[in-house]
Ligand binder design. Structure first.
Ligand code: SF4
Length: 473
């Protein structure tokens, strides 16, 4: 199938919307109208005097669908983009017979968009389903008091450990297997400590107050207990007197030991993630995670024994070889453990993931039903959805939602998703996000992605910190 963009600049939205209807198919992108042969979808803006004609056409399986609409030439560009998106949406809906729950919305943060408009506009102009509008409104209500509570000139610290024991087949994250990285692991930790100390110094000079701490990955618990302790020692450079939350995303159950959990607890962390993704061993094997459901339960029990007050568990809806019964079984087993937080992701098909190359394994396997089951059962159990984000090409066009028991929501997850607080980040692949919420300004500084780049070009990282001063002073 060829997707053609002619005489407009809405290619990003058109492509994302198109892919949401057909996540696993291969698409050729073109700006040349003469490519409109065979199976194709042409999106076009024709300029006439005082108006445009917008046209979308789909030729597939020897059938042809076409919509055209006159658009006044003084229509703002954003509105033009919306009009063409709705036209493409209606055309693909007619061809596939499917509705997309998030309508024409393709962005990462739908809660932010929906909070700025009324229900009628969300439904009629963006074609969002009533269920999703209600979900977004509920999340917005739950977040509001915590968002109003962000301390002035505060920031979150993010520390990146981009290593994993093996690569999961659905993952596109730039994480390195520990086997390959072991030779330079100690060097990585030394540099990371140096960057954290530089960050602490900058925060002090700018009068920024540390609010939340998050160690993520990858899998932070690929480090040994000794390495973790060494890394945590860099936190002494920060003023932690007003820290409200400290999370370590342990992640893979096969990397979790009592010594590591104790090191994390002694460093002051009060939240941890133990992520099963599924509780079916056959599915774990199919996605390349070398652990079992039993190991997840053992890691969870250890985390409780060590005394963590808040544990999050991640599941994924739509994994290859899984089905609705399998997903229900996974969710029910996790519910029996009663973690304070449960986060349910929808499988996202990413090009860099090995799964993407095996299209037979890319079926959504009823992800919409899995998400509906999650929402119903977790709310019955007393959990509430409190943050939500979307990724590209997700199974059944669904979302990722974090659920929490009352008063156990993660501030960091909310603040990062809604872009409300500055994040000073350290480590390979980490992205510092400077936020001036009052003036709607955001500036990003990305560190080198790969650990070897981070180590070999560390001076670049140190000099890019100057941008933090430029932003705040
Ligand atoms: S554990 Fe997470 S970051 Fe690591 S390979 Fe799997 S999905 Fe990717």
């Amino acid at each position: 199938m060829t997707l053609i963009f002619h005489n407009h600049n809405f290619q990003y939205e058109m492509e994302r919307l198109f892919r949401s209807f057909f996540p696993p198919i291969k698409i050729k992108l073109s700006y040349d109208k003469t490519d409109a042969v065979g199976d194709y979808c042409l999106t076009e803006r024709i300029e006439l005097e005082e108006k445009y004609i917008f046209s979308v056409q789909l030729c597939a399986d020897e059938e042809r669908y076409c919509f055209e609409e006159d658009v006044p030439e003084d229509t703002p560009v954003k509105e033009q983009e919306r009009i063409m998106s709705v036209m493409l949406y209606k055309l693909l809906r007619e061809y596939t017979g499917k509705d997309m729950p998030w309508g024409i919305l393709t962005g990462v943060r739908p809660v932010k968009v929906i909070s700025g408009i009324n229900d009628a506009d969300a439904e009629e102009k963006l074609w969002i389903s009533l269920d999703k509008i209600e979900l977004a409104r509920k999340i917005n209500r739950i977040q509001r008091p915590m968002i109003d509570d962000i301390p002035e000139r505060s920031f979150s610290l993010y520390v990146s450990i981009p290593f994993c024991p093996t690569r999961c087949s659905y993952c596109s994250f730039v994480s390195h297997s520990v086997d390959k990285a072991a030779v330079r692991m100690d060097e990585y930790i030394d540099r990371l400590i140096e960057e954290m100390r530089q960050t602490a110094d900058i925060a002090k000079q700018l009068g920024l107050q540390l609010d939340t701490i998050y160690f993520g990955g990858g899998t932070p618990t690929t480090l040994s207990a000794e390495q973790l302790k060494r890394l945590f020692s860099a936190l002494d450079s920060f003023d932690r007197s007003r820290v409200r939350e400290f999370t370590v995303e342990a992640g893979r159950p096969d990397t979790i030991t009592k010594e590591k959990l104790t090191a994390i607890k002694e460093a002051g962390a009060d939240r941890i993630s133990v992520n099963p993704q599924t509780m079916r061993d056959s599915v774990l094997e199919a996605i390349g995670r070398r652990h079992t459901a039993l190991q997840t339960e053992e890691a969870y029990a250890l985390a409780r024994e060590v005394g963590f007050r808040c544990i999050n568990m991640d599941l994924i809806a739509g994994l290859p070889t899984d089905d609705i019964e399998g997903f229900r079984y996974s969710l029910d087993r996790v519910r029996e453990l009663s973690p304070e937080n449960i986060t349910v992701h929808s499988l996202s098909l990413k090009r860099a993931a090995t799964l993407f190359r095996d299209r037979d394994m890319c079926g959504s396997a009823g992800a919409a039903d899995m998400i509906e089951y999650t929402h119903r059962m977790l709310q019955n159990d007393g959990y509430a959805p409190y943050y939500l984000y979307r990724q590209k090409n997700t199974a059944d066009n669904q979302e990722n939602t974090g659920y929490a028991l009352p008063d156990t929501e993660s501030l960091y997850n909310m603040y990062i998703m809604e872009e409300l607080q500055t994040i000073l980040a350290a480590g390979a692949g980490a992205c510092t996000k400077l936020v001036d919420a009052a003036n709607g300004k955001i500036h990003r500084i990305s560190n080198h992605k790969f650990p070897y780049e981070y180590l070999d070009r560390f001076n670049d990282i140190s000099s890019s910190k100057k941008e933090i001063f430029d932003f705040f002073v």
